[in-house]
Design a protein around this ligand. Structure first.
Ligand SMILES: [Fe+2]
Ligand SMILES: [Fe+2]
Length: 139
C-alpha cells in the first residue's frame, strides 16, 4: 500500500463529495410540498458539511503531492422523493465505508491527523444516513 493508492482513494472520495453537493442542490430544487420544505432544509445543511469535506480533501491531496479532482461523480436523477432519498441513503452509507477504509490506509502510512479526520467524516456521513432513514421511515 502506497501514498499513491491513498491519493487515488481520496480523489474518489472528493469526486463523491462534489457529486453529493450537486445531487443535494439538485434534489432540493426538485422537492415540493410540505415534505419538500423539510427536505430542502436538510439538503441545505448537509451541503455545508459536504463542502467542508471537499475542502479538506482538496487540501490534503495537494499536501500529499497529488492533483485534486474537480470532476463530480455522476448520479441518477429521480423525480420521486422516495427514490431520491433511497439513493441518498445508499450513497451516504457508501461514503461511510470508503472513509473508514481510507482512514485505515492513512493509519498504515503514519498519517495520524488524516486518519482521525477521515473517521470524523465517516461519522458525519453516518449522521446524514441516520437523518435520511428517519425521513424515509415516515414515507
Ligand atoms: Fe461528505
Ligand atoms: Fe453526507
Amino acid at each position: 500500500m502506497s501514498k499513491e493508492e491513498l491519493i487515488k482513494g481520496l480523489n474518489e472520495d472528493l469526486a463523491a463529495e462534489w457529486g453529493t453537493v450537486i445531487r443535494y442542490t439538485y434534489q432540493a430544487g426538485k422537492s415540493f410540498g410540505i415534505l419538500g420544505t423539510e427536505l430542502r432544509e436538510m439538503f441545505e445543511q448537509e451541503v455545508q458539511d459536504e463542502l467542508g469535506h471537499a475542502t479538506f480533501l482538496t487540501d490534503v491531496i495537494v499536501d500529499l503531492g497529488g492533483e485534486p479532482t474537480t470532476t463530480p461523480k455522476e448520479f441518477p436523477k429521480h423525480d420521486d422523493i422516495k427514490a431520491m432519498l433511497a439513493l441518498d441513503l445508499e450513497m451516504e452509507e457508501q461514503d461511510v465505508e470508503n472513509y473508514t477504509k481510507h482512514a485505515k490506509m492513512a493509519e498504515k502510512l503514519g498519517e495520524v491527523e488524516l486518519k482521525i479526520k477521515l473517521e470524523e467524516m465517516a461519522a458525519d456521513e453516518a449522521g446524514h444516513a441516520r437523518e435520511i432513514r428517519r425521513i424515509l421511515k415516515g414515507l
